[in-house]
Write a protein that binds this ligand. Structure first.
Ligand code: SAH
Length: 235
């Protein structure tokens, strides 16, 4: 069981045992994840190939290929607006079982309550237990809660924002199967996203999608989204 951080790379970034990191990836590893010289991380090409990699200077040095049997072939980041009460525990547990890579708890305009640091620890523990139970090779990363509108920029990814109403295309008809990178999916709080949140997400490159014709609860929506994506991506 490994807690190593993972990043998605394009297959062309691997050259002679070196992973040529983009400026954004260098920033993400060094500044966001605070990795230092010699620290290890996992590089995944989104096509089922993973490499244990070490940060050397500004590049990645491949140490060994990893055998991946229980992980999804794509990297999925879920941005979930924090529901009220303890509903997020269930989101973390179920989505870990379903293969999520990263969960970003987000504070939206309609859920402003900042969770306590103990909650984050609790979610990470739940993720570790669920990963073990479902025999995953890796424990998903649970990020610190952030404001939704300040966390909308992603590199090299397909981004979807789930909206309960409106005549939107179904997510299963929007997923692009070619290409690598991460799939980012955002689901809203009990009261739904505000119009402004949806507009800023669309401006940041998200596509608004439906998960079906029924209105799902805030804790059900991420689980359904992940089931649909994993069913579409796994052979
Ligand atoms: N109270 C809102 C619904 C909120 S449901 C209303 O009545 O409109 C909570 C979140 O789950 C939504 O913000 C959305 O992200 C997601 N969701 C629920 N049902 C959905 C569906 N059928 N399609 C897409 N997203 C859905």
């Amino acid at each position: 069981m490994s807690q190593l951080q993972r990043i998605a790379i394009a297959p062309s970034q691997l050259q002679q045992g070196q992973i040529l990191l983009t400026k954004e990836q260098q920033h993400y590893l060094a500044r966001v994840l605070r990795l230092r010289e010699g620290d290890r991380f996992i590089a995944m090409d989104g096509r089922g190939k993973w490499w244990l990699t070490q940060l050397v200077g500004e590049q990645g040095q491949v140490l060994e290929p990893l055998l991946v049997e229980t992980e999804l072939p794509v990297s999925i980041t879920l941005m979930v607006a924090l529901p009220k009460g303890n509903g997020f525990d269930e989101v973390v547990r179920c989505c870990t079982e379903l293969g999520v890579t990263t969960i970003a708890p987000v504070l939206s305009d309609r859920t402003l309550l900042q969770p306590s640091p103990q909650k984050l620890e609790r979610w990470r523990r739940i993720a570790a237990e669920a990963a073990e139970q479902s025999e995953r090779a890796f424990v998903p990363t649970i990020l610190e809660p952030v404001a939704f509108s300040s966390s909308l920029s992603f590199e090299n990814s397909q981004q979807y924002i789930c909206e309960a109403r409106g005549n939107l295309p179904h997510i299963k008809n929007c997923l692009q199967h070619q290409g690598q990178g991460t799939i980012v999916i955002a689901t809203g709080p009990e009261g739904g996203w505000t119009q402004q949140e949806i507009e800023s997400a669309i401006a940041a490159g998200f596509q608004a999608v439906s998960l079906g014709r029924r209105i799902l609860r805030a804790v059900t929506a991420p689980v359904v989204a992940l089931s649909l994506v994993s069913a579409a991506c796994e052979v």
